[in-house]
Design a protein around this ligand. Structure first.
Ligand code: NAD
Ligand code: DAU
Length: 351
């Protein structure tokens, strides 16, 4: 495989994956295809945008004829599909956008891949990057999600991702399209849009703004450093078994309220504030509708079959992450003000 199409490469996880692939595989051509929604920011990729093995294409995955042209023009022989609407709170307000992009967009890409590769599936691959939220919600002492856990999505976001996973498997079972799927837990790290818990709270602490904790803050999430997720995707893409699913997670569960206290402690220390300074910013607000109680991933299969393990301890990852947001205030300002959306125009001279 030489021409790898990465969708959603201007987003949080996608930009880390594009950086890894462009730097690690100079022999590949990495085609980053992204619609540049509010969550897409080409400034995330400044360090690779001039590399000779990197190409950016501004396009909507729902545009089927455009997807067909991209497969033909770039001779795509591998797809890593991340483009999606990804924020649960937005899905509660506007579920249609999630069905459109996550379901119809994935179907459009699958069909473009099938038609482009028909009769020559050998050596081709369609890899779908998915989420642990498709498995639903665990009780506080209710075990782990494995690759065999039945799907039970609750939010419009997770319902749309579950549906896209089903379509990917349907293309494998029905047409023999070579596919892989991974389902990962919550990611944290640099370049995450500051509507998600960790960057939002770091930014709010810096500006002495309230920290809205949904409900009692008892919900549990399983956190993984984003660069470890990107390494896992690279490994599964190259060495995972066609037709298989892999769970990705770091066995790193935190109650939201405990995690928030860690973020406050680390951020206050790095800002030079006495310990506990920002605790008063915590506000318990109305809970998220249908808020899943607990996610916890069992990633034993990935460890046993492919030898993957997270590279960072959580304290180290959080320290790195808080530091990055504090040192990249301009990136945060550009994102929160909308200034980042001009970057594409300045860089590529068109809308
Ligand atoms: P993100 O919201 O930061 O980025 C999504 C990217 O997709 C953006 O660059 C956006 O412009 C692009 N995009 C959206 N709609 C598009 C369309 N119609 N056509 C082309 N591009 C479009 O998301 P993220 O957090 O980086 O997540 C990436 C993928 O990983 C998603 O599929 C998500 O479901 C999955 N995932 C995320 C997490 C997490 O913790 N963030 C965990 C597990 C899985
Ligand atoms: O589990 C993987 C999923 O993790 C991904 O598939 C999603 O794309 C990603 O957005 C993330 O979903 P969450 O809903 O878990 O992430 P979020 O950062 O929005 O919220 C994390 C937890 O913090 C969740 O229990 C809700 C809570 N929360 C969130 C925000 C934004 C708050 O208490 N207050 C907040 O302001």
């Amino acid at each position: 495989m030489r021409n790898i199409l990465i969708t959603g490469g201007a987003g949080f996880i996608g930009s880390h994956l594009v950086r890894l692939m462009v730097n690690k595989y100079p022999e590949y051509r990495i085609i980053n295809l992204d619609k540049l929604t509010y969550a897409g920011n080409l400034a995330n990729l400044k360090d690779v945008e001039n590399k000779s093995n990197y190409v950016f294409v501004k396009a909507d995955i729902c545009d089927f004829s455009m997807m067909q042209s991209v497969f033909t023009e770039y001779g795509v022989d591998g797809v890593i599909h991340l483009a999606a609407e990804s924020h649960v709170d937005r899905s509660i307000k506007d579920p249609f956008a999630f069905a459109q992009t996550n379901v119809m967009g994935t179907l459009s890409l699958l069909q473009a891949a099938k038609l482009a590769w028909e009769g020559k599936f050998e050596g081709k691959l369609f890899y779908h990057v998915s989420t642990d939220e498709v498995y639903g919600s665990l009780q506080p002492d209710g075990g782990f999600f494995t690759e065999k856990t039945k799907y039970d999505p609750h939010s419009p976001y997770s319902a749309s991702k579950a549906s896209s996973d089903h379509f990917v498997r349907a293309y494998y079972d029905t047409y023999g399209l070579p596919v892989k799927i991974s389902n990962c837990s919550n990611n944290y790290g640099s370049f995450q849009f500051p509507e998600k818990l960790i960057p939002l709270f770091i930014n709010n602490i810096r500006h002495n703004k309230e920290l809205p904790v949904y409900g009692k803050g008892e919900n549990v999430r399983d956190w993984l450093f984003v660069e470890d997720h990107a390494r896992a995707i690279d490994l599964i893409f190259h060495r995972g078994k066609v037709g298989d699913t892999y769970n990705i997670g770091g066995f790193n569960e935190w109650k939201n309220i405990d995690l928030i206290k860690v973020i406050i402690r680390v951020t206050d220390r790095l800002l030079g504030n006495p310990e506990g300074t920002s605790l008063h910013l915590i506000r318990h607000v109305t809970d998220r509708a249908g808020h899943d109680v607990r996610y916890a991933i069992d990633s034993t299969k990935l460890k046993n079959e492919l030898g993957w393990e997270p590279s960072l301890q959580f304290e180290e990852g959080i320290e790195k992450t808080v530091k990055w947001y504090l040192e990249n205030q301009e990136w945060l300002n550009n994102v929160t003000s909308g200034e980042y959306q001009q970057y594409y125009e300045k860089m590529y001279g068109m809308k």
